[in-house]
Design a binder for this molecule. Structure first.
Ligand code: SF4
Ligand code: SF4
Length: 342
């Protein structure tokens, strides 16, 4: 079973069957018409389509605050993470980010907490069926529909879903919970899916027509290291770190001891390179003491240093940093300004 066609009612029964056997069901839903990623109670509330949520996938796979060691030592601190987690409706930009997280926390250094959670996670993603004002995935080497890193992907079409299997976990799940309901995909449904995908790409092009964006950006940001554009664009930055907090690919963290001498926890907390103390070293020296240096560093890290180190740029064009920025800074404008001035 690789790609199949499933009627709407059968798909909802499939999700219901998963829900009845598992308690950790996360998904995209839209309470009060606002997209949101979190635990879902009713399978019919899950949104298959639309766009990514304000919350990034990392918030589930690698929470902003996690106790990673206790003193005195607890017997099995990982025990809570042994239950299955289902994440439903996730979009391509978050899946691209999960590939970066897997590299950092499974391949480069193994984080046992992330590894445990990841091993128990099943992701059922879905195509975007529209584009957000700030979305620019197609200008970051992405697509508005998943091409990998999922267990199952669904593309909503009339009367049902085109269901694509991406892993043996996904295949087994379908076999166990959707026996004999999956059919070969009718040609007209495939054509409808492709047409819908093209329409979203067109919408993205329209939304971004005022910017000059051309992937890759490594050379552009490197060459422009001394550019005045950084000063100009960082003028409204308040150093809040919101851009890094909301970014699905930012993975920096710090470890802090909380408690007393005889009983304390080691806690892992997200950390942000926009904070003045982030790069500070012993003796008080700080290679990025000025706000503009930290602002520029974010672009250089994502678009130049990361590809040099791992052949992967670390921005998926999800646009969340644009939506959240207290200083109304738009990454697309920064990259456009660098193109014009270089
Ligand atoms: S969200 Fe905006 S204001 Fe806050 S640190 Fe990032 S760029 Fe600066
Ligand atoms: S830098 Fe901004 S657009 Fe790129 S992945 Fe992070 S939040 Fe999304």
């Amino acid at each position: 079973m690789e790609t199949c066609w499933v009627k709407k009612e059968d798909w909802f029964k499939f999700i219901e069957a998963i829900k009845n056997k598992n308690e950790n069901i996360y998904g995209i839903s839209s309470p009060q018409d606002k997209l949101s990623l979190g635990k879902v109670d009713k399978p019919e509330d899950i949104v298959w389509g639309q766009i990514r949520t304000p919350q990034p996938l990392k918030a589930i796979l690698c929470p902003s605050r996690e106790v990673v060691a206790t003193y005195p030592q607890e017997e099995d601190i990982l025990k809570e993470l042994k239950k299955k987690i289902f994440i439903l409706g996730i979009k391509a930009c978050d899946l691209a980010a999960s590939k970066i997280y897997d590299r950092v926390f499974l391949e480069e250094e193994k984080d046992p907490f992330y590894a445990q959670r990841r091993a128990n996670t099943i992701i059922i993603s879905s195509d975007c069926t529209s584009a957000g004002e700030s979305c620019f995935c197609i200008y970051m080497d992405g697509k508005p529909y998943p091409e990998g890193n999922f267990d199952i992907n669904v593309a909503p079409v009339s009367e049902g879903f085109i269901v694509e299997v991406g892993s043996s976990k996904g295949e087994n799940l379908l076999k166990e919970n959707l026996p004999s309901k999956a059919k070969g995909v009718p040609e007209e449904k495939l054509a409808e899916r492709d047409q819908k995908r093209k329409a979203v790409v067109k919408e993205l092009e329209k939304n971004n027509k005022d910017f000059s964006l051309k992937f890759p950006y490594a050379e552009k940001v490197r060459k422009n290291y001394p550019s005045k554009v950084w000063e100009e664009k960082a003028e409204t930055c308040v150093g809040c770190g919101g851009c890094a907090a909301i970014c699905p690919t930012c993975y920096c963290f710090l470890l802090r001891d909380e408690g007393e001498e005889k009983s304390f926890n080691k806690v892992k907390i997200w950390d942000y390179c926009q904070y003045p103390s982030f790069a500070k070293v012993a003796g008080g020296a700080n290679p990025r003491a000025r706000l503009v240096e930290r602002f520029r560093h974010r672009y250089l890290h994502k678009l130049d240093y990361a590809p040099l180190r791992s052949q992967e740029h670390e921005c998926t064009g999800c646009g969340r940093c644009i939506d959240t920025c207290a200083g109304k800074i738009d990454m697309r404008e920064v990259l456009t300004k660098l193109s014009i001035t270089s």
